[in-house]
Ligand binder design. Structure first.
Ligand SMILES: NC(=O)c1ccc[n+]([C@@H]2O[C@H](COP(=O)([O-])OP(=O)(O)OC[C@H]3O[C@@H](n4cnc5c(N)ncnc54)[C@H](OP(=O)(O)O)[C@@H]3O)[C@@H](O)[C@H]2O)c1
Length: 194
């Protein structure tokens, strides 16, 4: 069931890449673990640059926390000219035309700024912002890609004290590089009580 805020038909998809042990970033922020280990999983699929481009074209807006934004700016902005909303309490210098900054209540952000303008909204990190969105029940779908690596340490994706909630598995895709993408939709089922 879409969350109340998204009744207009918009949906929020939380998308992150996690290690096998649940980390989304190394402590030093280095990203080589996202490159894969060169092994090929023969039964996996591969997608072409054209397919990726067509998929990304369907995304109307990205939402990200300021730390993810700063890291993305350092690495090379991966979101092209698609509108991006950066959540921050600070006054950050505007760096790109497509980037807007927001400070304040996240329900208001979704309800008043995003849903009237966008349908396919992608929340792309980091851990802090994703946890806030989940706590507030603002996420409709989770797209979790598992990388074939144990990091042992770093930033936990679900490190906060989130309430129990069920999610329905919608799709699984295993890629040739050993990464596995799991797609879930928020379930109407209540958490188990026993
Ligand atoms: N593996 C992946 O898929 C993936 C994806 C994204 C990010 N990452 C990694 O995750 C790390 C960043 O994650 P993070 O958890 O440290 O930070 P984050 O969620 O990217 O950003 C946290 C910041 O967002 C702002 N913020 C969050 N909630 C807010 C609210 N309710 N109201 C106002 N501002 C709010 C605050 O900004 P101010 O401090 O500016 O006020 C806060 O410090 C980076 O290392 C990045 O590379 C990994």
């Amino acid at each position: 069931m879409p969350s109340e805020e998204n009744a207009a038909g918009a949906r929020v998809t939380l998308h992150v890449v996690s290690s096998l042990d649940g980390f989304i970033a190394r402590k030093d922020n280095s990203v080589s673990w996202l490159d894969g280990n060169g092994r090929v999983y023969k039964a996996g699929v591969s997608i072409s640059a054209e397919e990726i481009a067509a998929f990304v074209k369907g995304i109307d807006c990205y939402v990200l926390g300021s730390r993810t934004y700063e890291h993305a700016m350092k690495l090379g902005w991966p979101y092209g000219d698609t509108p991006a909303m950066v959540v921050t309490g600070r006054k950050l210098p505007p760096a790109r035309k497509s980037v807007e900054f927001y400070s304040g209540d996240l329900k208001t952000l979704l309800h008043e700024k995003l849903v009237p303008r966008y349908r396919n909204i992608w929340l792309v990190g980091g851990a802090m912002l994703c946890q806030r969105f989940l706590e507030l029940g603002l996420v409709d779908e989770i797209s979790l890609t598992i990388a074939p690596v144990l990091l042992s340490d770093g930033l936990r994706l679900f490190g906060g004290s989130l309430a129990e909630k069920r999610w329905d598995l919608k799709n699984v895709v295993a890629y040739k590089n050993g990464f596995v993408e799991l797609s879930y939709a928020a379930s109407e089922r209540e958490p188990a009580t026993d």
